[in-house]
Design a protein around this ligand. Structure first.
Ligand SMILES: Nc1ncnc2c1ncn2[C@@H]1O[C@H](COP(=O)(O)OP(=O)(O)OP(=O)(O)O)[C@@H](O)[C@H]1O
Length: 845
């Protein structure tokens, strides 16, 4: 294969690709096996962490940490998509003074376990009430975990007083649930099953062998069926798209060069969204002319999702292609779906182009329900076929429970438990009913499968998460184009699930920004290899090691321009081979497909979106020069925006005019000895167990006060608290900030109204805030010490995310001595930039 600086012309640009040699089968084998090994490690780390958490914590403490809700009773049982049993739970008044749940972290889509709550809490931890170990395995493709006796499931919906769980088909019969139960969040490793399955499929296509944690594919014996350990794993279909002669798969692994067609000169691009800028239009043309794949590089706020939505409409409506549109997360998928529907809604209807969102309905935004497969199948002309069986099934299920525990009788359900027990079916009657339910469920699934297939066949645009693209419903359906948004937040293995749904001559479009945070990984991370090259530290003991190793690292740079994870693969293969082929086995799951392709083929395979619509240009300037080679422009609609222009915000003639209006403010604590503190073992109020939740983290209480002071200033000037967000790289600091602003330690001179308003300010870790934006963003850097250690701050991509969220004001609280003195060039430049360009606010000790 010769790609020695290949030039490919499209109408608007010449694509110059890096020289790449074809990888040997041996290297491909090493590459895929490395993926499998990293996935196995990641699975283990997650399982260990979850086990540690659950085994160490009595239920009450799990509830206090928001990981469980105790003392629940069954309100109703019904049937949902896939014949799944939906169990509605509430807090019965017999057990509680209030029916409102305590604060918790249980969200739709979470995997949970429903367990007996009458068991003595002191006996918990892998033991039943009788003290016997009752580990059982549940796995229905949604929930796959080892847990105590109970019933697994996925949270379908949560309100303040009710929680609905879509129960697994295995485990305890829902009708046998005890009167008093609890719901506990558990680890989910079905995603790992699916990724591993995808890798075995890919290995088959490439005719190489791979061994994963649960299955293996041996290219020698080539017995595919053996590879599939199908113990209830949902298997992505490759029946019609195994891709043996595809150009897409070989291009993605470096076997053939990507190519582009010329944009026909006479062809005009008719836009559905006429506001697109020149770089967005170029990106669309680039993607539409790709024969294999195209990368859309969208720095913060540059309208990546807007461009991708237009691209999908062009593909489906103008080019009549069937498109699989994926987001790295449910939120990303929903954002894209929303954008596609709002820009193309009418045209889609007129052109009879179907758009369907697949995925567990529990995980889809309520506002997009009509686009879901669930809704569309129920409301389709064929929907009646399954309705009757559903009714029969529901009635059979309700006959298994005592009458007064059925829906609608909640107030009497639990008080009358003793008498209601007598109404339960027993003995042979109960056995017969169970058989009937089994048959009905089977019939329901069969009819539903046909129905779903009919709906999906009509859809030209199918939207899902990358993981969801492997759902059974898509078996046998293939796509002309696969589009993945937020591709830099998905691991490469995750991306291969939708990629293997593309036709043999299909195309792939990836949109993302490799200079923002990579996917969250708990196992091996790039930062662990920077200093400890060749001797990766295992990280199965939780975050403590993760933070400590990052602590020592200088940078987590994975700059694709210089080759993704450039130095990382030396230990797996010979340097010469790597240099020649540029296909590098990953050292961490943080290496994304997007950055690998960019590293492999160079800048020629991407288009940069160059106009941002978010930030005042002064806020944009540092990330622009430090990371984006000054290629980003601020659109005129945002270039000069200031806080003073926000309605109701009044800076008056105050002396602090600059601080409350400047685009960049820096509270520099250098020389003030406002040092950070470290999470100690003891944690007030949780008996020392909280270290399981917080791990080894840091806080800086002086910075907390400075942040609160700035928030107060802005609110006093009339800024709505919802327009302020506070970020910190450290979870402990996030908790300390939340404590301070949510009232437990409010300053004495705060007026009540301000105190109440401060509670509404959003506070979160940098990692959790990727993708958000706000008028004001305050960053508390935390690190201040004599040793000038900066830990996580040295990760450029984390800082890049933090400093590109603000629209009108970016406020930084930190110690410039520690940060500039840590020996990191990027941080040094940033501090110098702030010195020159920020409004420096004196810190009074
Ligand atoms: N061509 C355009 N003209 C005007 N506004 C635009 C244009 N493109 C995008 N925008 C606006 O810019 C904002 C950001 O757009 P979008 O959400 O598509 O960007 P993104 O790159 O996906 O964002 P993120 O940085 O969060 O990933 C939105 O408010 C969008 O309406």
């Amino acid at each position: 294969m010769s790609q020695d600086g290949d030039n490919v012309n499209t109408s608007s640009r010449s694509v110059k690709l890096n020289s790449v040699s074809k990888p040997s089968q041996n290297l491909l084998q090493i590459w895929i096996q490395k993926h499998a090994d990293l996935l196995a490690n990641e699975r283990k780390v997650e399982q260990d962490e979850a086990r540690l958490l659950l085994s160490n914590c009595p239920p009450k403490q799990l509830e206090r940490h928001g990981l469980a809700i105790l003392g629940l009773g069954v309100l109703s049982i019904s049937v949902g998509l896939g014949g799944k049993t939906l169990i509605e739970l509430e807090r019965p008044i017999a057990f509680h003074s209030s029916s409102t749940f305590p604060p918790h972290q249980l969200r739709p889509g979470d995997i949970v376990q429903i367990e007996d709550n009458s068991i003595d809490p002191t006996q918990q931890g892998g033991k039943s009430a009788k003290g016997k170990s009752t580990k059982s395995k549940t796995n229905d493709g949604d929930a796959n975990h080892t847990a105590d006796q109970g019933l697994g499931g996925v949270i379908f919906r949560v309100t303040d007083t009710k929680i609905i769980v879509a129960a697994s088909s295995k485990g305890l019969d829902p009708s046998d649930l005890p009167a008093r139960i609890k719901v506990v969040k558990v680890a989910n490793d079905s995603t790992f099953d699916r990724m591993e399955w995808t890798l075995t499929r890919l290995a088959k296509i490439l005719n190489i062998s791979v061994k994963t944690a649960k299955r293996s594919f041996d290219a020698e014996s080539s017995d595919d069926e053996e590879a599939a350990d199908q113990d209830s794993v949902v298997i992505p279909s490759t029946a019609t798209n195994s891709g043996q002669s595809s150009t897409l798969v070989p291009t993605l692994v470096g076997q053939t060069a990507p190519t582009w067609r010329n944009w026909p000169e006479e062809e005009e691009l008719r836009l559905f969204n006429e506001n697109l800028n020149a770089s967005q239009i170029e990106a669309i043309k680039f993607a539409l002319t790709a024969n294999d794949f195209a990368l859309i590089h969208g720095p913060p706020g540059t309208g990546k999702t807007t461009a991708v939505a237009e691209m999908v409409l062009q593909l489906a409506i103008v080019h009549q292609k069937r498109v699989l549109v994926c987001g790295a997360s449910n939120l990303a998928a929903d954002n894209l779906l929303e954008r596609i529907v709002s820009k193309g809604g009418d045209v889609l209807k007129r052109s009879h182009i179907g758009i369907t969102r697949i995925g567990h309905p529990a995980r889809v935004l309520q506002s997009l329900m009509t686009a879901t497969l669930d809704y569309q199948s129920q409301h389709s002309s064929e929907g009646g076929l399954v309705k009757d069986v559903r009714k029969e099934l529901e009635s059979a299920l309700s006959s298994m429970r005592p009458k007064d525990t059925a829906a609608g009788n909640k107030s009497t359900s639990y008080r009358g438990q003793a008498s209601s027990k007598s109404q339960k079916l027993r003995g042979s009657e109960r056995k017969e009913k169970r058989e009937e339910i089994k048959l009905l469920r089977k019939e329901f699934r069969k009819r539903e499968r046909g129905l779903l297939r009919a709906v999906l066949q009509r859809a030209s645009i199918v939207v899902s998460t990358c993981h969801g693209a492997g759902a059974k419903q898509l078996d046998g359906i293939d796509f002309d184009v696969v589009v993945i948004d937020e591709a830099c937040q998905a691991t490469e293995a995750t991306c291969w699930t939708p990629i293997l749904k593309a036709k043999q001559d299909g195309q792939l479009i990836l949109a993302g920004d490799h200079l923002q945070l990579p996917p969250t990984v708990k196992g091996y991370r790039h930062s662990q290899f920077k200093k400890h090259s060749g001797n990766p530290k295992r990280n199965s003991e939780g975050k403590e090691k993760e933070e400590k190793s990052a602590e020592d690292s200088k940078s987590g740079d994975d700059d694709a321009g210089s080759g993704s994870g450039a130095e990382e693969e030396e230990q797996y293969s010979s340097k010469q081979v790597i240099k020649r082929t540029r296909l590098r086995p990953p050292q961490s799951l943080e290496t994304t497909l997007f950055s690998r392709l960019l590293g492999m083929y160079g800048q020629g395979c991407k288009v940069l979106l160059d106009t941002q619509y978010r930030m005042n240009e002064e806020i944009m300037n540092f990330p622009n020069s430090a990371l984006y080679e000054n290629k980003i422009k601020a659109h005129e609609s945002c270039a000069k925006i200031r806080l003073a222009d926000v309605e109701g915000y009044d800076i008056g003639n105050s002396e602090e005019e600059e601080t409350d209006n400047a685009p960049i403010v820096f509270y520099d604590t250098a020389g003030c000895e406002m040092y950070e503190s470290r999470q100690s073992e003891e944690d007030a109020g949780s008996g020392g167990k909280a270290s399981i939740f917080q791990f080894d983290s840091r806080a800086n209480l002086h910075e907390v006060e400075l942040v609160a002071q700035h928030v107060e200033l802005l609110i006093k000037n009339g800024l709505a608290p919802e327009k302020i967000s506070i970020l910190s790289p450290y979870n402990l600091q996030v908790s300390a900030l939340a404590d301070r602003l949510r009232g437990s330690k409010t300053s004495k001179d705060s007026k009540d109204a301000i105190r109440t308003a401060m509670e509404k300010v959003a506070i979160g870790s940098v990692d959790s805030m990727q993708g958000m934006e706000n008028e004001v963003v305050i960053i508390s850097l935390v690190r201040s010490n004599e040793q000038r250690n900066v830990g996580f701050l040295a990760e450029k991509r984390r800082l890049n995310v933090a400093m590109t969220r603000a629209k009108r004001q970016l406020c930084i609280v930190g110690d410039s001595d520690t940060i500039a003195g840590a020996g990191d060039e990027y941080l040094k430049q940033w501090m110098a930039f702030l010195e020159e360009n920020a409004m420096i606010e004196p810190v009074i000790v």
